[in-house]
Design a protein around this ligand. Structure first.
Ligand SMILES: C[S@@+](CC[C@H](N)C(=O)[O-])C[C@H]1O[C@@H](n2cnc3c(N)ncnc32)[C@H](O)[C@@H]1O
Length: 171
């Protein structure tokens, strides 16, 4: 009986996880984590600017968000896959990360006016859509850090190692 219950729970987790994995694959980017080296580069670049509250669009398991919070940033992690959100919530609870705010939502449905920094690791097809939205909604000189994939219509102020692209919101 207990085995059947455990098996059912595992099956549900798999189905939910892969439902969102394929949805993300279709519209933006499925889960693929940023490496520790790349996170280090991103933090180094961020520190060159005055940024307080960073939003991570598609936060995965939260490794970037928690690393940023350890550096003293206020971070809002947006993710729509409920299994990844659960992992983040558990990590937040165990690590007592008061500066990490987790939102389970489609990042295209939110407004970004309250953030002065953004970390984005998503496929090119959604980058152009986001470039327009973030430029309009975020304050002037907000810092965008893009991992691996660039914004097509924007010129980065810095192209760093590990494919980290830094942009300033010129409005
Ligand atoms: C390439 S992974 C990056 C994960 C994390 N940012 C990192 O760098 O380690 C992209 C993440 O975005 C999430 N995602 C994709 N589309 C999304 C959407 N429309 N709203 C919220 N999250 C989304 C995926 O579930 C996945 O976890």
């Amino acid at each position: 009986m207990i085995e059947l219950l455990a098996l059912s729970v595992i099956m549900i987790i798999y189905v939910v996880y892969f439902y969102y994995w394929f949805k993300a694959f279709r519209i933006s980017a499925p889960y693929y984590p940023t490496s520790a080296k790349t996170i280090k580069t991103a933090i180094r670049e961020l520190k060159k600017h005055k940024v307080k509250h960073i939003v991570e669009l598609g936060a995965g398991d939260g490794r970037v968000a928690f690393a940023l919070a350890r550096e003293g940033y206020e971070v809002t992690a947006i993710e729509f896959n409920p299994i990844l959100v659960l992992i983040m919530r558990v990590r937040k609870w165990f690590g007592r990360y008061k500066k990490v705010h987790i939102i389970r939502q489609d990042f295209l449905k939110l407004n970004y006016k309250e953030y002065d920094g953004a970390f984005i690791y998503l496929y090119p097809k959604v980058m152009d859509q986001l470039a327009k939205k973030l430029t309009q909604e975020m304050p002037k000189n907000a810092v965008f850090i893009a991992n691996t994939f660039m914004f097509h219509d924007k010129k980065p102020v810095v192209v760093s190692e590990n494919k980290i692209y830094v942009y300033l919101n010129e409005k």
